[in-house]
Design a protein. Sequence first.
Lengths: 541, 99, 631
Amino acid sequence: MSASLYLVAMIVIPAIGAAAVAALPRERGLLAKQVTLGVSLVVLLLAVLATAAFDVDGDRFQLTTSVSWIPDFGAEFALGVDGIALVMLLLIGVLVPLVVTASWHEADAGPRPTRVFFAWLLLLEAMMVGVFVATDVLLFYVFFEAMLVPMYFLIGSFGGPRRQYAAVKFFLYSLVGGLIMLAAVIGLYVVSTSQLGEGTFAFDALRQLDIDPEVQKLLFLGFFVAFAIKAPLVPFHTWLPDSGAEAPIGGAVLLVGVLDKVGTFGFLRYCLPLFPDASRFFAPFVLVLAVVGILYAALLAMGQTDMKRLVSYTSISHFGFIALGIFAFTTEAGTGAVLYMVNHGLATGLLFIVVGMLIGRGGSRQIGDYGGVAAKAPLLAGAFLVAGLASLALPGTNSFVSEFLVLIGSFPERPVFTIVATVGIILAALYILLMYQRTMHGPPRGVLLQQDPAEPLSGTGTGTGTGTGTGGATAASATATATRPAAPGTLRVLDLSRRELAVVAPLIALIIGLGVYPQPLLDLIEPAVSATISDLGGTDR
Amino acid sequence: MTPAYYLVLAAILFTIGAVGVLVRRNAIVVFMCVELMLNAVNLTLITFARTTGTVDGQIMALFVMVVAAAEVVVGLAIIMSIYRTRRSASVDDANLLKY
Amino acid sequence: MPAEGLLAASWLLIALPLAGAAVLLLGGRRTDRWGHLLGTATVVAAFVLAVACTVQLAGLEERSADVELFTFISSGQLDVTAGLLYDPLSAIFALLITGVGSLIHVYSIGYMAHDPARRRFFAYLNLFVAAMLLLVLGNSFVALYVGWEGVGLASYLLIAFWYTRPAAATAAKKAFIMNRVGDVGLAIAIFVMFAQLGTTSYAGVFGSVGTLAGGTITAIGLLLLLGACGKSGQFPLQAWLPDAMEGPTPVSALIHAATMVTAGVYLIARSAPIYDLTPTARAVVLAIGALTLLIGAIAGCAYDDIKKVLAYSTVSQIGYMFLAVGLGPAGYVAGLAHLLAHGFFKAGLFLGAGSVMHAMNDGVDMRRFGALWRKLPVTFGTFGLGYLALIGFPFLSGYFTKDAIIEAALDRDDVWGWVLGGVAVLGAGLTAFYMTRLMLMTFFGRARWEDGVHPHESPSVMTAPMVVLAVGSVFSGALLVSVFPLSGWLEPVFGEPAEAAHVVAPALIGLVVTVVMLLGVLAAWLFVGRREVPVTAPARVSPVTRAARNALYADAVNESLFMRPGQWLTRALVWLDNRGVDGAVNGLAAGLGGTSSRLARTQTGFVRSYALGMLGGAVLVAGALLAVTSG
């Protein structure tokens, strides 16, 4: 297969896979899972092959394909990757198979057939790949909106008790942003028509335009609002805690791990190069949003009682760091921000997965319903700790490298914002360690002890939405059961199963590996970022 | 021949039809008033075709007649079925399609 | 210059304990049987390697060796190479960490023998040793920062080792958070260095720091100091250290006495080229050192928990070290000598305390001890030697090193020199008081043991390290000052020691300090030794005692200044986010919904009203058309 077809294959194969999985008979749930896992592994392989074919010192966009799509508008089905998009493809490639494995039993208990869940998952993968590889702005917009559909159904059909509310909120927020962006896309087309004589949506052509600063500001805002909702930046963030909390774990991982990165990716790919003057004009304003977001979301995370909401808020705080890195306009900070996008996907992905495993066992999302889990499930606690430490950017984990790069790169340009943002790392330690202490440390107590030891815990498969109400109802018996020694058999079930270890271990390995030796990724990212910064003109130090 | 008379006639017919639609309850009468309005329009179209010396208006009038014929078929059928189920041809009784 | 021979393999110093930790953590229960042996072996091997490296270093012309490992982060202007710097300063720390570390690993084999999670304990200890070695051996501030937070993690894990106890879990979290406050200072200092100098390596920063404006240098110095205060439990970040005693006692000995908490002193000594240029920052270091010295000593006088007394003693002794390194070139060597001697005697004292606790069913309340000298002869002997070394009994290690600090302070020959010297002498008296009180309450007097406690001497695997450390406590001071002078060894780092013109004759200082020390001992005997020690602490005490018992209200201040407002702010923001931001969005949605359902009311279902609407609309449009075309 020619290298330029890798990207097409990465969209087409999961899309066909989704159709195939959806067409399976209802009772072939296991086959649906196997097919999904296989297809996602093929995508991972393609992502690795694409990375191998990518020449770091070569052109900005490589592995390009272009087919005429809507000739009347000059829109093309044009694909291509730079280093930034490539690392996001790798992230998608790594996360989806793990999400599939982690969600193995997610849809078993629900009213909807298993195959539907996995079909949506594959379709989501195809759309996510598309949004990162599109080099035609209209095509990007189409993928940007199409991505909502599978995620809407993943949340709305397989989520927690308030899934309908969360799904609609997610959809409306994204749609509003998307429509504003559509207006800006059309505006861009109009400008290109007047300047080039012939309208185009091709990114490379649009980059060459010389847009009037006032028009730039309007168009920038159109794109910015869409991406700020997606990312999300405070104050456009309130959909994420709801969606993150109600989505099934697999959906939540992909939501904050990849989907939201489209926002920050969009800042870097579209806002900065297309509207350099407007970007410089609005940069202080965006930085205020970013820094306020870092602290505000961190404080909110501390105040949450629901673990999944807490993790969602930590993500909002982290997105503040990414936005800070992007709008500091230095190569170091920009590179750090892109690396942050990858690292956050891995670290928060692991945190969501581990939290999901805990919730799967206890049937409650409330922090207060757990305690002393470390004594009963040391592997689970260990994975939780690694995920938490990565989330608070401890050196030795991958997040440290990216957070350090963002901050050290932003400091020379924006010292005040950076210092305020750095205070965020204290808050990060607080919200992670508070959650860890409350759930893992202390004497064992809470919902996990109320499980009858005689009844084998499914442990792996209880849907997250099924049992949130049990916490309060059985609280009275907590003290009675707390003193009873657990039967030896329960320990095994409580701790991670082999399947769960297979999910957690690669993520931990990546987190630590990229924390010690991040340079290969940085080498991929940096040329694209410095190209972006030089598109911006002038501020590259 | 001045077209003004034809146009005044058409306007009067149209007004009669419009008032009829608004004030009458019987579906059949309302229906006939609608036909009256359509034909008033037809008259206008033909008048203008005549004054401008082109056939566009006549063609349009033929279209209106065809559509009106089709409408009569569908409309009468609906009125018939409503009358059968409700034993009434009053348009005010058929107000379920709301909100 | 690039390292050769064994020095080129100095990365093994870090790799060995790290590999030990990895094997023990990943190996799981399979390694339970021999895990503690592996953990000890890696640290002992590292010690042997450190000795060999140091010997080779001593033979080098330039006494400094660089080991470049790999490119850690390279992007834009930033280029961080993972590399090690083995020079005399890092050598003495490497020896201290691996040497004392080995002894404490051996001790822990006995101390943790009955703990089901002993393997995990050794894994964490190994992790700590690796991180601490990275901290002192790294060749850039970034490497130091990585090690810095690494030891913070190890400290967190070890304080929370008995995590089922809520107090331990809380103490661990508190330690990590307060350390992180300091880490922010260190991090921003690194940002400033990069922004101003474009590099973070020691060689690059120290080579060009002189080109910076004075204010910038002072800022860097103060930010580094914030980091140092966090790690070393200095004012205003001292409150975590006493709580950290919730961890197992070997942890207190290794991390919270001998090594990790002295990292702040290392940082300041390492950054000597920066502090040499900024008297302002040095003055702040001095002030913090002197203040903490007194805070620690005063709080140490009032506690009844044996480990907390020792913890406050550590706070106070590190205050001495800060005071010393704050004096600049005159004090670096004195401070580091005290650091090494302190590493010996304080580790020995903690191990002794651990042995006492071992004998007393893990009790820590000194009011329930007493008369233990007969039951625990070895512990008493080693503890006693450590005690004498700490209070500065003539010709034991503390005598030499503490006097050197007081000497250096007085040599400033100004008012502040006399103030600082006076504070240091006063501190020596207080030290003698609280340590004598501890000795009297623990080993002498009447036995006040709780029922069912049968004190017994610890096994030899525990007493042997205590003996070694006691020997070190006795001789290290004399060795470091006269036989094998530290000042000569550290010359490549801090330059030629200046021949100080002594303001006060050293012999006189020694005499004064000894007299003050004896007064402290006498006071302790008068207050504690003469009378019966009540089993419960007296409730009616003077305000001074009450303040000392509350560690001068540091926790209360932190609580009312940061914790409560923080919790309040968090709650307020949660409310704001749910009601305000989200409320606005949901309100908008509800408003739209309400409007549309109200508008829907106009759809009555009456065909004739629709027809009227259409007619009205048509008339309006026609009217508008007419108005536009005719007007």
